[in-house]
Design a protein around this ligand. Structure first.
Ligand code: GDP
Ligand code: MN
Length: 393
C-alpha cells in the first residue's frame, strides 16, 4: 500500500528523521493560512501517489502567502499527470505547504527488500533529485548498496559507512548516520516494502533533511498496523485495481496487451501469461480469482476484465479444485449477459464439474471456444488471433 508524502513525513518525524516543517491543506484558503503560519518562502506540493511531480508542475516554490494560495488553487481539484501516472493522471485533493529549504546538495537514500538475498538493502547515492533508474543506468558506480541483517539490523558502522559514501560535510556525518539507522528501524518496525527519500538534502547550514518521502507498506502485514491501514487512499489507485482489491481479487493491469486473462491460482495465472506470450500475444492483465471464488466474485472479475478497453479476447484458464467449474461458468455467463460483452472467449476448464461448466458455456450463446488444456488453449488463442488479424501475427 502506498501512502502520501505528508503521511510518510509524519512517520519519518516520529522515527527521528528530520523533515521540513509542513502543513497539509485541502483548500486554497487553508494553503494561504499555512503559508502565513510558516512565514517567508514556502513550497506548495501536490499530494498524489506518484513521483515526478516537480517536472509536472506539482511542486511550486513561492515567496508569499498569496502566491501559495494561487499555487494551491491551480493544483487542487485537477488531475496531475507525471511520468509515473497514466495519461489520465491522479486527482489532487490535498497540498502540502512546507518551509522552503536552501539546498546545497541533493542526495538519494532508500531501503527496499532484496528478494534474492531475503534482506532489507539500503541504497544510497550522491546523485539525488533525479530518477534513480537513470542513475542506475548511466552512472551505476554512483549507487551504493548495503545489506542489513534480519537479526542484527543495520550495524552502526554500516550507517556510518553510508554517511561517508554520501559525502556529507564532516559536521553532518554523525547526524546522517543516525538518520540512516532511524530510517532502517522505521522500515523494519512498520513492515515497509519501500522507503525512499529523494532528495535527501544537505542544506546551506549543513543540516541533512528529507525533502521528499515515499513509503510503501507491505499489504500482507497491514493487519498488524491498524493505524497505518487507515492511511489508505483508494482515490489514488487505478479504478480497476481498486475494484479488484475490494472484491478480494488479485489483479494487475498490464500495458499494451489484448488478452484478458481469468485464472484461478497465482501460479496458473503466471503460466497463462506465458502461454499467451507463446501464442504471439500480450496479456492485458494478471488476474487470480482465487481458490474458492464464489459467483459474485467471478462476475466482478469478468466485469473488471471487460472494463479494460484494450481487451479484445478473453482467455479463461481454470483448474478447478475447491473452485467449481459450473460456478465459474455461470458467473461468466451472468456477467457477460449483464454487461452485454460480446468478446470472444477461449476457455480451458479441468477438474471439479468441468463437464457441467462446459455445458453451461456451450448453451449460453456466447462466442466461446473450448480448449482441452493449457497447450490447447494457446493453440486456439493463436488461431483466433491470426484469424482476427487476417493471418498476420
Ligand atoms: P517529486 O518530483 O515528486 O519527486 O517531488 P520532490 O519533493 O522530490 O521535489 C522535486 C524537486 O523540487 C526536488 O528535487 C527539489 O529540487 C525541488 N524542491 C522541493 N522542495 C524544495 C524546497 O523546499 N526548496 C527548493 N529550493 N527546492 C525544492
Ligand atoms: Mn522526489
Amino acid at each position: 500500500m502506498n501512502i502520501h508524502e505528508y503521511q510518510a513525513k509524519d512517520i519519518l518525524e516520529r522515527f527521528g528523521v528530520p523533515v521540513p516543517k509542513g502543513i497539509v491543506a485541502s483548500t486554497p484558503g487553508e494553503a494561504k493560512a499555512a503559508a502565513e503560519e510558516l512565514g517567508g518562502t514556502v513550497v506548495v506540493k501536490a499530494q498524489v501517489h506518484a513521483g515526478g511531480r516537480g517536472k509536472a508542475g506539482g511542486v511550486k516554490v513561492v515567496s508569499s502567502a498569496d502566491e501559495a494560495e494561487q499555487a494551491a488553487e491551480a493544483m487542487l481539484g485537477t488531475n496531475l499527470v507525471t511520468h509515473q501516472t497514466g495519461p489520465q493522471g491522479v486527482p489532487v485533493r490535498k497540498v502540502m505547504v512546507a518551509e522552503a529549504t536552501d539546498i546545497a546538495d541533493e542526495l538519494y537514500l532508500s531501503i527496499i527488500v532484496d528478494g534474492d538475498a531475503g534482506v532489507p538493502v539500503v541504497i544510497a547515492s550522491t546523485e539525488g533529485g533525479m530518477d534513480i533508474e537513470e542513475v542506475a543506468e548511466k552512472t551505476p558506480d554512483r549507487l551504493f548498496r548495503v545489506a542489513g541483517d534480519p537479526l542484527i539490523g543495520l550495524s552502526p558502522y554500516h550507517a556510518r559507512d553510508i554517511a561517508a559514501l554520501l559525502n556529507v560535510p564532516a559536521s553532518a556525518r554523525r547526524a546522517t548516520a543516525a538518520l540512516i539507522s532511524n530510517l532502517y528501524r522505521l522500515f523494519v518496525e512498520n513492515d515497509c516494502s519501500l522507503v525512499e527519500i529523494n532528495p535527501l538534502v544537505v542544506t546551506k547550514d549543513e543540516e541533512v533533511i528529507a525533502l521528499d518521502a515515499k513509503i510503501n507498506l507491505e499489504d500482507d502485514a497491514l493487519f498488524r498496523h491498524k493505524d497505518l491501514a487507515g492511511l489508505h487512499d483508494p482515490e489514488q489507485e487505478d479504478e480497476l485495481e481498486r475494484r479488484a482489491r475490494s472484491a478480494d481479487l488479485a489483479y494487475v493491469k498490464l500495458d499494451g496487451g489484448k488478452v484478458g486473462c481469468m485464472v484461478n491460482g497465482a501460479g496458473l495465472a503466471m503460466a497463462t501469461m506465458d502461454i499467451t506470450k507463446w501464442a504471439g500475444a500480450d496479456p492485458a492483465n494478471f488476474l487470480d480469482i482465487g481458490g474458492s471464488a464464489d459467483q459474485d466474485r467471478i462476475e466482478e472479475a469478468f466485469r473488471i476484465i471487460v472494463s479494460d478497453d484494450e481487451v479484445e479476447i478473453i482467455l479463461v484458464n481454470l483448474f478447478a479444485g475447491i473452485a467449481r467449474s459450473d460456478v465459474v461458468a455461470q458467473g461468466i455467463v451472468n456477467a457477460a449477459k449483464e454487461t452485454g460483452a460480446t468478446l470472444p472467449m477461449v476457455v480451458a476448464m479441468r477438474g471439479t464439474n468441468a463437464e457441467e461448466g462446459r455445458n453451461i458455456l456451450n448453451e449460453s450463446g456466447l462466442d466461446i471456444t473450448a480448449a482441452p488444456d493449457l497447450a490447447g488453449a494457446a493453440e486456439t488463442l493463436r488461431d483466433k488471433l491470426s484469424g482476427a488479424k487476417g493471418g498476420a501475427r
